[in-house]
Design a protein around this ligand. Structure first.
Ligand code: DX5
Length: 220
């Protein structure tokens, strides 16, 4: 029985009180924060830059992962690391030279991750799995929180789990999008071990209760 890793997407957080919100996320016993970085080009939404992440860094000690939903992320890779993100996730679809980009993240001292949009096949990352510590399989089309979970991604999740295990790779398999009490168990059965949730965690008035509910539902 592997305990699920719970990651909070900050997208539904109250941006007017972001520092206090990250403290509340840590106090709720959530394992990591995902900063949903969006540039208005790769996805039709625009969120925050490295300075916003840096402003929250010292409020908590928990890990930060930057999910770069941005075109051509290379010029700013060091900025996310300097802002305090221990994991930097780029989209395979946004990188002209993905092998080099992932190698650069590692050289900068962060853990590289690669994300796949729903339409992108696992074969896209076949030749770079040895370079990453994390594979993020999107279970929504990126850009917004509160969308419906795409169960059609479960074969891709299962294929990723099989490939990681077959090659004996030490890779966190994360899913992101529409993860909640009604969907997390199916994603876990398919082979995911890391679960990023936004609206399911911020629903109601207790992050801790929602987090506990998700952890229970993951192994139900
Ligand atoms: C989507 C974001 C996801 C999203 C998750 O573009 O990358 O992290 O915020 O939110 P929910 O859990 O509400 O789908």
């Amino acid at each position: 029985e592997i305990a699920p890793t719970l990651v909070a997407s900050v997208l539904p957080a109250n941006f007017a009180e972001l520092g206090d919100q990250v403290v509340a996320i840590e106090q709720a016993g959530i394992d990591r924060i995902q900063w949903d970085v969006m540039d208005g080009r790769f996805v039709p939404n625009l969120t925050f830059g490295p300075d916003v992440i840096a402003a929250c860094r010292d409020r908590v000690t928990m890990g930060f992962e930057a999910h770069l939903m941005v075109e051509h992320p290379d010029p700013m890779l060091s900025r996310w690391v300097e802002a305090g993100c221990g994991i930097v996730i780029v989209h395979a679809e946004a990188c002209r030279h993905l092998h080099r980009t992932l190698s650069t993240i590692r050289e900068l001292g962060a853990r590289p991750g690669v994300a796949l949009n729903p339409a992108t096949g696992l074969e896209t990352v076949e030749h770079v799995l040895d370079l990453v510590d994390l594979l993020l399989i999107m279970t929504v089309n990126p850009g917004f929180g509160g969308q419906a979970y795409l169960a059609s991604m479960e074969p891709k999740i299962a294929a990723a789990r099989a490939e990681i295990d077959r090659r004996g790779l030490d890779i966190e398999l994360e899913v992101d999008g529409g993860i909640g009490p009604a969907t997390i168990a199916a994603a876990a059965r398919a082979g995911a071990r890391v679960f990023c949730a936004g609206s399911a965690l911020f629903a109601g008035n207790s992050l801790a209760d929602r987090a506990a509910e998700l952890r229970r539902a993951a192994t139900a």
